[in-house]
Structure formats: structure tokens, C-alpha cells
Design a protein around this ligand. Structure first.
Ligand code: ADP
Ligand code: MG
Length: 148
């Protein structure tokens, strides 16, 4: 699915809609340049999951954890990571096993560690300064049953 947004709020809204539909163990593999809106999207994801804490960029911490929503949210920013070996060192498999949602900024850095079922979210700039093109490729991490 491809969406076009013209504000950070609209991008958050797309993220929130996805957050409502995620199942336990979902991985959201995000790509897009600095300032594309990845963190804005994750802010929406958190809202959709019912996380009330304010989501801030985990650039220096690598990962922020948010409990209290329908599922735990693990928000990774791998900008400073050298590759997937370093990701396994910080406990990637433990995070996967915890039954939450892993949202990963700069996921291209760990491309070889991503399972095929990951949901891909690519955000790129459009024609105007606030325009973004968001492409979501759904893996098998989405809930089948969205009727409630
Ligand atoms: P990233 O995590 O990809 O580096 P951020 O979400 O931290 O990006 O920042 C995106 C910046 O772009 C914010 O300053 C936000 O206000 C701005 N922005 C402008 N238009 C949009 C849009 N349509 N979607 C998302 N962010 C936007
Ligand atoms: Mg970010």
C-alpha cells in the first residue's frame, strides 16, 4: 500500500492505523533518510497500540521499550550500529521472543537478520517539503482478524 502525507500528524495517523492491526511478534522494518518521518510513524504505532508514554528517538540508546499498551513496543534506531552482529549482541533474539512489536529504524543495516515475514515501511520525500510517500509492504505480522 502506498500513502501520501503532508504533515507529521498524518504520518502518525498511518502508523496508528497499522498499530491497531499488529499481532504479537510483529517486526516493522523501516527505511528512509534522516528526517523522513520514521520516528513520527513509530509515534503513531505506539498510539495505535495504546502506549501513552511519549515516544522519543532512541538514536543514542539504540532501543527504547514501552510497556502499558496492548502489546509491548520495542523501538530500535540502528543508525549507529555496525551491522546485524551488533544487533544480536544487544539481544535482538530476546526482544523477538518477548511477544511485543519491534519497530526498527535504519533496518537496511540489519537486512540479513530480518525474517521474510517482517512488515516493510519505506518513507521518502515527495515534491513539497512536508510531503512524504509511505510504502507499506505487509508481511505475515499483521492480524488476520481486524473485525474488533
Ligand atoms: P526520522 O525518524 O525518519 O529521522 P523524524 O520523524 O524524527 O524522522 O522527523 C521527521 C521530521 O519531518 C519532523 O521534523 C516532522 O515534523 C517533519 N515532517 C514534515 N512533514 C512530514 C510528514 N509528512 N511526515 C512525517 N514527518 C514530517
Ligand atoms: Mg528517527
Amino acid at each position: 500500500m502506498e500513502y501520501q502525507t503532508t504533515s507529521a500528524e498524518e504520518t502518525e495517523h498511518i502508523g496508528a492505523a497499522l498499530g491497531l492491526r499488529l499481532r504479537s511478534g510483529a517486526v516493522i522494518a523501516m527505511t528512509g533518510d534522516l528526517g523522513a518521518g520514521k520516528t513520527a510513524f513509530v509515534r503513531g504505532l505506539a498510539r495505535g497500540l495504546g502506549v501513552t508514554a511519549r515516544v522519543t528517538s532512541p538514536t543514542f540508546a539504540i532501543v527504547h521499550e514501552y510497556e502499558g499498551g496492548r502489546l509491548p513496543l520495542f523501538h530500535f534506531d540502528l543508525y549507529r550500529l555496525s551491522g546485524s552482529d551488533a544487533l544480536f549482541d544487544i539481544g535482538w533474539e530476546d526482544y523477538l521472543a518477548r511477544g511485543g512489536v519491534c519497530a526498527v529504524e535504519w533496518s537496511e543495516i540489519i537486512a540479513d537478520a530480518l525474517e521474510p515475514g517482517a512488515i516493510r515501511v519505506d518513507i521518502r520525500r515527495g515534491g513539497n517539503p512536508d510531503t512524504r510517500i509511505i510504502t507499506i509492504t505487509e508481511g505475515d505480522s499483521i492480524c488476520e482478524d481486524t473485525g474488533h
